[in-house]
Write a protein of this length. Structure first.
Length: 490
């Protein structure tokens, strides 16, 4: 009898510097929790490697010591645990000298980069390479080491210079603007041979770049949307890496991120007082009223709430929102802003709220519950990023019936379909897109959105189009598995 042979299970080590819900500064943390779980759901043996920050070690009452050793940077242990509410194995690098300190994963409590970041993340990369080589102390061996952003960028370089059988490597760029650039004098201190310090290696304009190392030595390069994969090969968004990326274009691909549809589901979101779905939107109106009460906005069902949840930075285009804000409020609309970042932008947004009581609310910082409540209670989401490798909030917004206004770049262009007569007729419209990075272009796009909001039939169709889109990790995981199988054929 003929039987269909099933593909062999691949083992994947996912190397990351942050992971939700334990340590998060941005979207990388969400991806690091969701993608390995989706890979395991589809039959892969995916495991995660992270630094042992205090909040990670404190999260686990039970941890197993699986390896100890001395490295160029001091003594460290490798611990094992299970990611909370998950079946994903987590390997934790326990090195108190590098990770046990107050502050964030990259900066101290005053916002200054840790002076030993090169050592801290070289150790992460060194452990990843060790586990992917014949020198590994574990019986479990990964077929693929999946490295994420500059913090894991040295892993492919370390592997390149090890002997024996080695895992294949994938380098994922979540944001090319962050490159891990350090003095060239650290090359040998980090355990790399001087021959690696060249144009065809880790050298980057007279410095050492962790990201350049990953992009040069990895077997394949991915980034988090197809459009961004094209954009970074051009000087405008290449940040000095465009030549190398264009040279490796055959090994470069864009795989769109997904979202965690369990965490972000308006039908059962634990942060909401009322729930809703695409066919029953009454609860969204209740969420809007609850948001207006919480933020001190005028209780007016007819005024659309424009929302921003973002790092307050130039990249995110929040200066455009500031310049257009007074005109937007006069449309009339209300503004609900949650975020932190550039001190100048923070102050300007605070002053905006003071000048427009009841019309604008600004919350500096990050509040997970409030983020969910804004997505559910707002009517229109503003995301005018100058560049956006993928973006998650535009997908959260569509899932919560809050059509986004976006600039045509990166993952925003790949996920949001502009409302036109044609896209409304074929049910593909999900939001509003502008293509000139000017306050006037943003304002015109918002006016278009507010006009559509006034047509209940059009608006409901637009909401339902977005809420019916499949942004789950299942599709993305399948694309990554296909990529892994190219590197590790059966």
């Amino acid at each position: 009898m003929n039987t269909l042979a099933l593909p062999a299970k691949l083992s994947v080590l996912f190397v990351t510097s942050e992971i939700y819900p334990l340590v998060k500064t941005g979207g990388l943390a969400d991806v690091s929790a969701a993608l390995p779980a989706a890979l395991r759901h589809q039959g892969m043996d995916a495991r995660i490697l992270v630094p042992g920050y205090p909040q990670i070690l404190a999260a686990f009452k039970i941890k197993w010591v699986v390896a100890t050793g001395l490295f160029e940077f001091g003594e460290a242990r490798l611990l094992s645990a299970l990611l909370p509410d998950s079946d994903v194995p987590l390997y934790i690098i326990d090195c108190p000298a590098l990770y046990q300190r107050e502050g964030g994963p990259y900066q101290d409590n005053h916002g200054n980069d840790w002076v030993d970041n090169a050592l801290r993340f070289a150790l992460l990369s060194r452990f990843a390479a060790l586990l992917g080589s014949d020198e590994s102390p574990l019986t479990w061996r990964p077929d693929v080491i999946h490295c994420n952003d500059w913090q894991a960028g040295l892993a492919p370089a370390y592997l390149h210079y090890l002997r024996g059988k080695k895992a294949a490597t994938v380098m994922t760029i979540h944001n090319l603007a962050y490159q891990g650039v350090f003095p060239s004098s650290l090359v040998t201190q980090l355990g790399l041979p001087m021959e690696s310090y060249s144009m065809h290696g880790v050298e980057y304009f007279g410095h050492l770049s962790f990201l350049k190392a990953g992009l040069h030595y990895a077997d394949r390069i991915t980034t988090v949307s197809p459009t961004y994969a094209e954009e970074i090969q051009d000087e405008t968004l290449g940040f000095g890496m465009q030549g190398l990326l264009a040279q490796r274009s055959d090994q470069l691909s864009g795989i769109l991120n997904g979202i965690d549809e369990e965490q972000w589901n308006p039908a059962n979101d634990r942060y909401l007082g009322s729930h809703f779905d695409a066919d029953h939107l009454e609860g969204k109106a209740e969420c809007k009223r609850a948001l207006q009460r919480r933020l001190g906005l005028e209780m007016n069902d007819k005024l659309p709430i424009l929302a921003v949840i973002s790092r307050l930075t130039h990249q995110k285009g929040l200066d455009l929102v500031l310049e257009a804000a007074t005109d937007l409020i006069k449309l009339p609309t209300q503004l609900a802003i949650l975020g932190s970042g550039d001190s100048g932008l923070e102050l300007a947004f605070r002053l905006l709220a003071q000048d427009h009581p009841g019309k604008a609310s600004v919350t500096i910082g990050y509040d997970e519950g409030l983020a969910h409540q804004i997505e559910a209670g707002a009517d229109i989401f503003l995301m005018p990023s100058r560049f956006e490798p993928c973006g998650l909030n535009q997908m959260y917004s569509m899932r919560y019936g809050t059509p986004p206004v976006v600039f045509a770049t990166g993952g925003l262009a790949d996920t949001v379909v502009d409302l036109t007569d044609k896209t409304l007729a074929d049910s593909s419209a999900t939001g509003f897109v502008f293509d000139k990075m000017k306050p006037s272009s943003l304002a015109e796009c918002v006016k278009k959105a507010v006009s559509a909001y006034g047509n209940k039939k059009t608006w409901r169709r637009l909401q339902q189009n977005g809420m019916s889109r499949d942004f789950s990790w299942d599709h993305s995981a399948k694309e990554y598995i296909a990529l892994y199988r190219q590197l590790v054929p059966d």
